[in-house]
Design a protein around this ligand. Sequence first.
Ligand SMILES: [Zn+2]
Length: 272
Amino acid sequence: MILTGAFIVGVASGALINFVIWTFRAHDRPQDVPESKDKAWFANDVPECTKCGTALKRRQTSGVIALVSGMHRCAKCGRPLFVPKLLIEVICGAVWLASVYILGATLSALTVAAYGTLLLGIAIADFRSWLIPHEFTWIGIILSLGLSLSRGITGLINAALGTLVGPAIFFVVAWLVAKLKRISVSEALGGGDYWLIAMIGGFVGWKMVPVAIVLSAVTGLVIFLPWVIRATLRHTESPKIPFGVFLALGGAATLLVGERLVSWYGHWALRQ
Ligand SMILES: [Zn+2]
């Protein structure tokens, strides 16, 4: 019964992230993203059909709601619109189900499930539109701080420090990159990335922030390297993938294996 409930809440949370993701246009490159997007606080665009560009109803941004209301095809071109959206909702349902199954009906389960949902939304939005919507990161930061209270005042301090450490590290890195490449600090790293690492820090705690950053970089390298090698061999341009996608992956990995990784490294380093 509780598990069914968790799945339904998960699907609903998936519908909420769909509501945000699909209001942004898909972009190929950062240059395509108009600057006004970075400054807009919340999504206020009208969702569009990916094929013909016809404006869609809000309810068509959710797979389940579109299916139930019989609006799962574009009214103009007839393209079925629900498949990726439904997939996202089912994945979110599975994440919530797994969290409650493993951790029970606890605040920890809620924390893990909400964190996973937000990271999924961020990864898809950044991959598809080169944007990290404030809807996700700001709500995530507030949630992480609120839920950290379940671990008392030390939990809150840990989370609050977590939201600060990441952006501070990022600023130093962006400043160094900007110096080296002779570009401005804001060009070196997008504003959304600061909010994202702040959110991740809020959820995993300040000690785990460096782990999250290292895991993101490693994930990025592993996924990216074959493409770079291929592009170099073929003398073509290597594909650009937004950093937020790797940050989200690294942030998720940190929650799942971060503690174990650190203790394993600690044992290993002591034995040397
Ligand atoms: Zn259409």
